[in-house]
Design a protein around this ligand. Sequence first.
Ligand SMILES: Cc1cc2nc3c(=O)[nH]c(=O)nc-3n(C[C@H](O)[C@H](O)[C@H](O)COP(=O)(O)OP(=O)(O)OC[C@H]3O[C@@H](n4cnc5c(N)ncnc54)[C@H](O)[C@@H]3O)c2cc1C
Length: 459
Amino acid sequence: MNYDVIIVGAGPGGIFAAYELMQLKPELKVGVFESGHRLEQRRCPIDGKKIKSCIKCPTCSIMSGFGGAGAFSDGKYNITNDFGGSLYEYIGKKTALDLMNYVDTINMKYGGEGTKLYSTAGSKFKTICIQNDLHLLDASVRHLGTDINYVVLENLYHHLKDKVDFYFDTHVDTVRKTDDGYEIIAKDQTYTCKDCIISVGRIGSKWMESVCKQLDIPTKSSRVDIGVRVELPAEVFAHLTDELYESKIVYRTETYGDKVRTFCMNPKGAVVSENTNGIITVNGHSYEDPSRQTANTNFALLVAKNFSEPFKDSNGYGESIARLSNMLGGGVIVQRFGDLIRGRRSTPSRIEEAFITPTLNATPGDLSLVLPKRILDGIIEMIYALDKVAPGTANDDTLLYGVEVKFYNMEVEVNEKLESRYKGLYIIGDGSGITHSLSHASASGVHVARNIVQTDTLE
Ligand SMILES: Cc1cc2nc3c(=O)[nH]c(=O)nc-3n(C[C@H](O)[C@H](O)[C@H](O)COP(=O)(O)OP(=O)(O)OC[C@H]3O[C@@H](n4cnc5c(N)ncnc54)[C@H](O)[C@@H]3O)c2cc1C
C-alpha cells in the first residue's frame, strides 16, 4: 500500500478529513490529490483592467486548488442544520452541530480568532420578518471574510504539509476497488490505499457521477436552485447585516406557492463570476478588512427546482439556463430592477447613470429573456416583499446579475458513516450531494476521519 488513506480533493471536506486523521493518528500515511494549484498559485486572471471577464482557464482558480471552492469565498461558516446541507439526516442533528462547532474552534486556532460570531437567536428581525410573511432561518454565522479565510487555509496547510503528502495539479482519473482497498490513477501513476475519501465538490460533480456509474454506486437526482444576485447600496440592508451579518430569509410566493430564499449575503462585498465546467455564473464575497470593502451589499435570490419522472437532469436544466445567459451576454448579464419591471433591457448608459456602481463588470441586458417566467415572477415578488423589511430593495437602481445557479451534486448513497456500499470508500462534502456549505463539508471531513480511526482501532 502507498497510503493508509487517500483523499481526493483538497477543499474544506478533504482538508478537515486530513487534519482530523493527523490529530487522532499521526502515524497514518495520508495522500491528498488535488486537480487545482497550491494555495499561493491560485489566481483568477480577472483584474478588472486587462482581463475583465472569465477567460475559461483550464483549471478555475476560484473553484479548484488547496481550499477548494471555499478559498476565496466569504468564509461564512453557518453553524446550523436549517440550511447548508442535509448532513444531519445521516449523522444526527446533535453530532452535526457538534462537528460544526469543532470546525469553528479549529478555524479560530489557525487564524480566525477575533472574527465575529453572529446569531439570529433573540433577534427582533424574526418578528419583523414574520409580520411581513418572510421567514428568517435560525443560525449562528462565523464570518471569517475572504482575507482571514485565506490566512486560516495558509496556516492549516503549514500545519499539514509535513504530515501528509499533497499532490497538486494532479487530477485523479480513476478510482478502482482492489481486494484489500482501493487504487487510484492520476497522471498515469497508480497509488494504492486501504481507505479512500472522495471530496471533489461541485466542480467534481461530473467526475463523481462517472465514478458512481463505474462502481455501480446508487445515486439520486437532486435539485437545482436558479435565480439572480442582487446588489444594492449597503445602507439598504445595514440594519440586518450589522446585527446578523447574513440573514437567510424564505418567502412563499402568492402566485405559485414557490419558495424563494436569500442566499450568501455579502455586506459591503463584491459580485464575482464563477466558472463551473465552462459555464459562467455569478456569485459574491466580501472582505473582513474595511479597506477592501465596497459601498454595496449583495445576496442571491434563488428558487429551488426539483424535477420528477421522466426528467431527472436538474443540473442539466440549470446549465441550459446559464448557457442561454452566456450566449446572450457572453458571460454574466446585469439589469437594473427598474428596467426589468418596465420590460426593457439595461444598456451601458442606463447602468452608468444609476446611483450605484456595479462591482462586477457584466454585460447590461435583459434577464427576462433568460429566466423562465415562473422563476422571474417569484424573484420580483420576493424583491417587493423584502422591500417591506429593507426599504430600498425594490428601487429602480437595484442591480440584478444573472444567472446565479446553485448546482447540487446528485446525492450519492452512503450510510451514517458517509461510507458507500464499498467498505472504506467514503464520499463526503458537496461532491456527495449531502453538503452545500463550508461548515457542513468540513464537518463531514471530520466525521469520516473519526470513523476511519475508530474502525482501524477496532480491527
Ligand atoms: C465564490 C464562492 C463563495 C462561497 N461562499 C461560501 C460561504 O461564504 N459560505 C459557505 O458555507 N459556502 C460558500 N461557498 C460554497 C463552499 O465553498 C462549498 O460548499 C465548499 O467549498 C465545499 O467543500 P468541499 O470540500 O466539499 O468541495 P470543494 O471546496 O469544491 O473542493 C473540492 C476540491 O476537489 C478538487 N477535485 C475535484 N475533482 C477532482 C479530481 N478528480 N481529482 C483531484 N481533485 C479533484 C477540486 O479541484 C476542489 O479543489 C462558496 C462557493 C464559491 C464558489
